[in-house]
Design a protein around this ligand. Structure first.
Ligand SMILES: [Fe+2]
Length: 462
């Protein structure tokens, strides 16, 4: 039997190909599905089954495009209410191909329609050796219970407790666990960096499974729920109704600098995807900066939402195409074009630029009495330690809470390493802050220099 995990770091997302007897099943495909088709061809497999463990909220799935390209059937939990042709599955339903048996378990909680999939290789054993847990059970965490529209987080957490206790935790300790997300995903809170585990390891080490009762579990899961990005509900709905095939989305137009300026004046957003240093050096006034690295797509969805038309500024055309694919993976499809020849074209026209000076932590320390310092990390990071002079304004809510900051005075923004703070710097520039600086290397660099910090404190959002 063939089993392969595909991990997409940009979205902390894991998908799977399972093959046997010349047939393959793809579980939770990402939107650009070429990798599965190539993989199946390479291993002499025909993709006949596409399975969604639930209607994903954090990305647009490639289930329909993959099914239309291969003729595969789509399988989804019966409670999904999906409007495209699919096989609704219930507890105990099975798919068999070659020596592989995939048996479905309904495991509601993260969402109502969530399913897990037991994987049996009959050559190896008549018992399942692995379980694909979707967003029901992660490595080190469980799925967040606040994404389904018609149920309270408490109701969903209660269902999740039952799913875990009566289904997944009844499996043998050696059964391998393969989730749909890893560390950094917004579908949970404390996911480990590991990509797989076993039921036995999770039984003893997963924080959410240590609760002694259903009440304690519900309390644990519903206290201090993380931010729920606005695009989540839209993505889930697109996945329910069936997204546009990626191949049908237009390629962005190459635009002259004056065309970009004209579009921007009509309300189109300029998204600059170059590295922080380049953005800081010179950028189009009003541009939002999200570097094409790290969790680019997830931040784009959270900061921009799905409503805006975009023009891209990229290092080159390849980077622009990569950005466009990553944006489409979360449902940001409306890309009008890109600045042909990048900032060189902008300079050629003599158009105005703005800058975000890149500040070292040594400079920050020296000047700290004269600068407003903004820490845009997450509450848990702030709580573990922060710079005494900093005000805490987590990036997802930054522009909603600018009280206490003076737009006329210099402001230095930092995060852990400099990625999120560059996004934040661009947002502050758009909000009219005159002198915004990005701290290179962020809190990690500050700590590495042994500069003073305040450790382990309670959370107060300024
Ligand atoms: Fe999810």
């Amino acid at each position: 039997m063939y089993f392969q995990q595909f991990y997409l770091g940009c979205l902390s997302h894991a998908s799977y190909v399972i093959g046997a007897g010349g047939i393959a099943a793809v579980i939770d495909p990402q939107r650009d599905v070429g990798i599965y088709i190539e993989d199946a061809v390479k291993h002499g497999l025909r993709i006949a089954h596409v399975i969604e463990t639930h209607l994903h909220a954090d990305f647009i799935s490639g289930h329909q495009e993959l099914a239309s390209m291969t003729g595969a059937a789509i399988y989804l939990g019966a409670r999904a209410g999906a409007t495209f042709p699919h096989v609704p599955v219930r507890d105990g339903d099975e798919i068999r191909f070659g020596n592989c048996i995939l048996r479905f378990l309904e495991t509601p909680g993260h969402t109502l329609e969530s399913i897990s999939i037991l994987v049996t290789d009959t050559e190896r054993s008549p018992e399942p050796y692995a379980v694909l847990t979707g967003d029901t059970l992660f490595i080190g965490d469980v799925g967040r219970p606040d994404l389904a529209p018609n149920h309270t987080p408490q109701q969903l957490a209660g269902m999740l407790y039952e799913s875990l206790q009566t289904k997944l935790l009844t499996l043998a300790d050696e059964v391998e666990v393969y989730p749909a997300h890893g560390a950094g995903s917004l579908c949970g809170r404390q996911m480990s960096a590991e990509r797989s585990s076993t039921i036995g390891q999770q039984r003893t080490s997963n924080f959410a499974l240590q609760a002694k009762s259903k009440e304690e579990f519900v309390q644990l899961l519903t206290a201090e729920l993380p931010e729920r990005p606005g695009y989540f509900a839209l993505d889930a709905e697109l996945n329910r109704s069936g997204p546009t095939p990626l191949a049908d989305l237009p390629i962005p137009d190459a635009l002259l600098a004056k065309d970009v300026l004209a579009l921007q004046q009509e309300g189109v957003l300029v998204l600059d995807t170059r590295p922080s240093g380049q953005f800081g050096g010179a950028h189009i006034p009003g541009a939002i900066h999200i570097a094409l690295a790290g969790q680019f797509a997830s931040w784009a969805g959270r900061i921009i939402g799905l409503d805006h038309q975009l023009v891209l500024v990229a290092e080159d055309r390849d980077a622009m195409l990569e950005a466009r694919t990553r944006l489409a993976r979360v449902g940001l499809e409306n890309v009008a074009g890109y600045l042909d020849d990048g900032m060189t074209a902008w300079f050629r026209e003599g158009l105005p630029v703005e800058q975000v000076p890149q500040l070292t932590v040594q400079d920050l320390r020296r000047e700290i009495a004269n600068i407003q310092v903004v820490d845009v990390r997450q509450p848990g990071e702030w709580q573990q330690g922060h710079i005494a002079e900093a005000v805490f304004k987590p990036l997802p809510k930054l522009t909603e809470s600018l009280d206490g900051l003076d737009r006329e005075q210099p402001v230095a923004v930092h995060c852990k390493s400099g990625y999120r703070s560059s996004i934040a710097s661009s947002l502050l520039k758009r909000e009219g802050f005159k002198n915004v600086m990005n701290v290179i290397g962020g809190y990690d660099a500050w700590k590495a220099c042994d500069f003073p910090v305040v450790e382990a404190t309670s959370i107060t959002v300024a």
